[in-house]
Ligand binder design. Structure first.
Ligand SMILES: C[S@@+](CC[C@H](N)C(=O)[O-])C[C@H]1O[C@@H](n2cnc3c(N)ncnc32)[C@H](O)[C@@H]1O
Ligand SMILES: Nc1nc2[nH]cc(C(=O)O)c2c(=O)[nH]1
Ligand code: SF4
Ligand SMILES: [Mg+2]
Length: 243
């Protein structure tokens, strides 16, 4: 179930720069061309101490094991515990229990999800929902993409109506279509006060980000519907060369 647990600085989205503990779950039903996470193996790695970047294998079978690992990685500046992956909501039942215990211990809970499981949504303090674009997949069918997108909007709407601090994040590549982004911004603005984080792809395989000029154009086009609920986020952990 768990790939790794580590402490680092949030490198993406609305809470960039905050100190987080990341619980990374293994496996994912999607295969985004830009994905930078090797999430296929369930390897139970826990960072030896905060920001050491060194891991040891630990038994993470029980909730107690996981909570103990989180508590050990706590730092005075800690902002939240992120459930990420792979796709964390593959393990929604287990995460529901773990997040309840963490809440009772005073932690803020954060979900980093591709949003394709609206039926599995439950309480998190903050939810970052990644909206995928057609160019994120190798020849995806129109119907298949529409289903993914519809579920992502449903997930965002569900969190919004529950009062969760929910925002959307979209990885933008040089092939991303500005009209698609305008459509998405309209749909998000119809839900309510939802921040959209435009995240240029960190180059990987042959995926490249758009030009700076295009980034400005994309943000302005999204602002037509979302006003100032548009921000650009770069993966700062890659720039800092941290986890
Ligand atoms: C690895 S995914 C795991 C959580 C969930 N499956 C998802 O897609 O949101 C975490 C985030 O990493 C970001 N990401 C992955 N590869 C990236 C890349 N090459 N450039 C920019 N962001 C990337 C995506 O925005 C994604 O939301
Ligand atoms: N520092 C850091 N910030 C992150 N924000 C989202 C991440 C993820 O892989 O889910 C991530 C990550 O892998 N590292
Ligand atoms: S949904 Fe997330 S974990 Fe899955 S392939 Fe896409 S970026 Fe990677
Ligand atoms: Mg990552």
């Amino acid at each position: 179930m768990i790939r790794e647990i580590f402490n680092s600085i949030m490198g993406e989205g609305k809470y960039i720069g905050r100190r987080f503990i990341f619980i990374r779950f293994a496996g994912c039903p999607l295969n985004c061309l830009y994905c930078d996470e090797e999430h296929k193996k369930h390897v139970n790695l826990v960072e030896q101490y905060p920001s050491s970047g060194k891991f040891e294998k630990q038994n993470l079978e029980s909730e107690e094991d996981i909570i103990k690992a989180v508590n050990k990685l706590k730092t005075p500046d800690l902002f939240s515990v992120s459930f990420t992956g792979g796709e964390p909501l593959l393990y929604h039942k287990e995460i529901k229990e773990i997040s309840k215990i963490l809440k009772n211990l005073g932690y803020r809970t954060f979900l980093e999800s591709n949003g394709i499981f609206p039926e599995r949504v439950f309480h998190f303090d903050i939810a970052s929902i990644d909206i995928k674009l057609k160019d994120h997949f190798k020849n995806i069918g129109e119907e298949e993409y529409k289903k993914i997108y519809k579920n992502e909007l449903k997930t965002i709407k569900k969190f919004y109506n529950m009062g969760t601090d929910v925002y959307a994040k979209i990885v933008i590549t040089k092939d991303s279509k500005i009209n698609d982004l305008v459509e998405i911004s309209k749909d998000l603005s119809d839900i309510g006060d939802v921040m959209l984080c435009i995240q240029p792809a960190t180059p990987i395989n042959n995926i490249q980000p758009p030009s700076q000029k295009t980034l400005f154009k994309i943000m302005e086009a999204c602002g037509e519907h979302l006003k100032d609920n548009v921000m650009l986020t770069l993966q700062i952990h890659k720039i800092l060369n941290i986890l």
